[in-house]
Design a protein around this ligand. Structure first.
Ligand SMILES: [Zn+2]
Length: 175
């Protein structure tokens, strides 16, 4: 598997202009006229929550390496983005802003309506904590991949680490 991995992931490029992205932009422009900034931001957060580009990158990588998985399993706390039952592992792919990535350059609270944002992000963070605890209590290994870890520079390390984690978790799951 590792051999295959080396050859494959280096060629991984980010997806260029899939048409759903264009549709999203179009619908944001429409919304701009009828909603307040607050409502629009909320809508954006809802839309962004599923099938985001970072998520697709991780899914494509795993699939190319022969992993098979379920998506957004509602039966599991926090509805993990990716579920690899054979490896007893769930993966959350978190936007650095929405989930408040501490010390990350992409986590900057907007100067206007700061309180509203901080409150919203803190809510997300506590939900993440609760899900993490419940899942680990049930024997799942919980991996979090931050959006910033999928930037070009960090990608090789991130996917290398992910693969190593999965190999380790498979051993634990089968022991
Ligand atoms: Zn980050």
């Amino acid at each position: 598997m590792r051999q295959l991995y080396k050859g494959n992931f280096l060629r991984q490029k980010t997806v260029k202009n899939p048409c759903w992205e264009k549709q999203l932009i179009a619908s944001f422009l429409l919304m701009a006229d009828v909603h307040t900034t607050e409502v629009r931001s909320y809508n954006m957060s809802r839309i962004r929550a599923k099938d985001t580009k970072p998520e697709l990158m991780v899914r494509r990588f795993l699939f190319s390496q022969g992993f098979r998985y379920r998506l957004h399993d509602k039966k599991l706390k926090g509805k993990p983005d990716i579920v690899l039952s054979k490896y007893k592992t769930v993966i959350f792919i978190h936007g650095c802003f929405w989930h408040g990535h501490e010390g990350c350059r992409y986590f900057v609270v907007p100067k206007t309506r700061s309180e509203w944002w901080v409150d919203k992000i803190n809510t997300n963070k506590s939900k993440d904590k609760v899900a993490f605890k419940e899942l680990t209590d049930k024997g799942w290994k919980v991996l979090t991949i931050w959006e910033c870890e999928l930037k070009q520079k960090a990608l090789k390390d991130t996917f290398g680490r992910l693969l190593q984690n999965l190999i380790d978790n498979e051993e634990i799951a089968n022991s």
